[in-house]
Design a protein around this ligand. Structure first.
Ligand code: FAD
Ligand code: 2HG
Ligand code: ZN
Length: 476
């Protein structure tokens, strides 16, 4: 357990023994305490198969009270705990590093209330995002967030990572839409912050500490979230362009011409689209271009929206900014187009090993990492592709370098260069995926020394024994 798989040492935590396991099975029953090594495997490996732990015990509580009793016991006995939702996280935060007990929220999947008038949904943390969206659709509502991992990720995982996704441009991030939450601290104390109010300035806004804290301060158990009306009209355009300069012009014009109906503005470069067309054999509705944009509108009147969208498209195609494009409001065609964007992560895995960077940059510099890195790695034959895509409307690029297999040589050429580059432009080295296990030592590129001290003080206050997600989020 202490062997040097990663450049970290196992903390002074207890090794799980029979008495510990007895406590867990007395509390949850044998069915909800997984110890079979084959069954434990999938909880130990992340979605992109980039990190693995060696946990021999997966706990599946159903209630807040059970979470509280587990944490109180673990805290008293110095047992390290890895909180886990759908295990779709991309920074190694959701799987143990060594033998931490995994506390998985899959069975905490109750929807308590959907209020048709206020649009507030209250549910447990383990509800799968897509299931919530389906339940809301029957009531004319939808989740304010959408991401490619929707079929697996849990709302508690989304809240804990402050997930962004494909419609943040229109509906904002979770600091805005989460109205309240309930969390359990490391010592088992239940913190009730489950407000459903839109306005509540009664002192410090404590819920925000749990939104995006990646399981380091507590386990989120319940959430109240503001859900918008499901749009009556949805239209999607897929456009081909020949330069990033033109992408910026089209973005500016989309914001002006589409105004309040603009819901998504994503971009994909040619090399990224190929992971879908070549690796996954998906079909693109238009021929090949150096860049593509997906622009989705959400509105309440299809005639009005189409008029706006068509006017905008006539303009950007007429003046040569967009070379080709297709527009649809047919659900199956929209799904085919969104697959080209949402399945990129899956497609990249087939290249081999992927060095992933999730960066916020000033919009003019959104794509600048790609040409810069192509130059730096021009003579490296190990590289399969260097590409960029992502949430253009939010200034969040997903920059990727894929190789047939992991290469220390390539890694040394990318890091810390990519972080220095981002920091110089006052960007963020993690726009939406978080810090997890992969990035604590790089936090200083985006956070001042004083902020890091406060992060450490908060960790000490919420989790003095450091049992929650050790080795992650907080820099040494
Ligand atoms: P997990 O992966 O299980 O956990 C993530 C982190 O949160 C871990 O540190 C874990 O310890 C902690 N955690 C989980 N549940 C809790 C809880 N209840 N209480 C406290 N801590 C908890 N992310 C985006 O932001 N935008 C995207 O567009 C996006 N698209 C994706 C597409 C694909 C195909 C994939 C695989 C991932 C994508 N992600 C995206 C990353 C990931 O899906 C999100 O971070 C998601 O929010 C994680 O949810 P999860 O339930 O899988 O959490
Ligand atoms: C997306 O926007 C996700 O598709 C995943 O955030 C990005 O795989 C990635 O790096
Ligand atoms: Zn993303």
């Amino acid at each position: 357990l202490t062997k040097d798989r990663y450049p970290v040492r196992r903390g002074e935590f207890a090794i799980l023994n029979k008495e510990h396991l007895q406590f867990f099975t007395d509390l949850l029953g044998t069915q909800r305490v997984v110890t079979d090594p084959a069954e434990c495997e999938s909880y130990n490996i992340d979605w992109i198969r980039s990190v693995r732990g060696y946990s021999t015990c997966i706990l599946k509580p159903k209630t807040t009270e059970e979470v509280s009793k587990i944490l109180s016991f673990c805290n008293d006995h110095r047992i390290a705990v890895c909180p886990q939702g759908g295990n779709t996280g991309l920074v190694g935060g959701s799987v143990p590093v060594f033998d931490e007990v995994v506390l998985n929220t899959a069975l905490m999947n109750q929807i308590y209330d959907i209020n048709d008038t206020s649009g507030v949904l209250i549910c447990q943390a383990g509800c799968v995002l897509e299931n919530l969206d389906t339940a809301l659709a029957e009531r004319g509502l939808m989740m304010p967030l959408d991401l490619g991992a929707k079929g697996s990720c849990h709302l508690g995982g989304n809240v804990s990572t402050n997930a962004g996704g494909l419609r943040l441009l229109r509906y904002g991030n979770l600091h805005g839409s989460v109205l309240g939450l309930e969390a359990v601290k490391a010592d088992g104390q239940i913190v009730d912050l489950l407000s459903t109010l839109k306005k509540d300035n009664t002192g410090f806004h404590l819920k925000h500490l749990f939104i995006g804290s990646e399981g380091a301060l507590g386990i989120v158990t319940k959430i109240a979230i503001q859900c918008p009306a499901k749009p009556k009209a949805v239209n999607l355009a897929f456009l081909g362009l020949n330069s990033f300069e033109n992408i910026l012009k089209v973005l500016t014009q989309a914001k002006r011409d589409l105004g309040e109906v603009l819901a998504s503005c994503e971009m994909i470069d040619e090399s990224t689209l190929e992971v879908c067309t070549d690796n996954l054999k998906l079909k693109s509705p238009i021929s090949n271009f150096p860049f593509y944009m997906l622009i989705e509108t959400h509105g309440s009147n299809n005639e009005h929206d189409q008029e706006k969208l068509n006017g905008f498209l006539e303009d950007v195609m007429g003046n040569g900014l967009v070379l080709d494009g297709t527009v649809t409001n047919e659900p199956s065609k929209m799904k085919n187009i969104w697959d080209l964007r949402e399945r990129i992560t899956e497609g990249f895995i087939q290249d081999g090993y992927v060095f992933k960077y999730d960066v916020s940059l000033p919009i003019e510099n959104f794509y600048s990492l790609v040409p810069e890195m192509r130059q730096r790695l021009a003579n490296d034959e190990e590289v399969v592709r260097i590409s960029g895509y992502g949430h253009l409307g939010d200034g969040n690029v997903h920059f990727q370098v894929s190789c047939r297999q992991f290469s220390q040589n390539i890694l040394n050429k990318i890091e810390p260069f990519v972080y220095e580059f981002t920091s110089k432009l006052r960007g963020s080295i993690s726009a939406e995926h978080g810090i997890g296990f992969r990035k604590p030592k790089y936090v200083h590129y985006s956070k001042s020394a004083e902020s890091i001290v406060i992060m450490k003080q908060l960790k000490e206050m919420f989790d003095p024994n450091g049992i929650l997600n050790p080795y992650k989020v907080i820099p040494n």
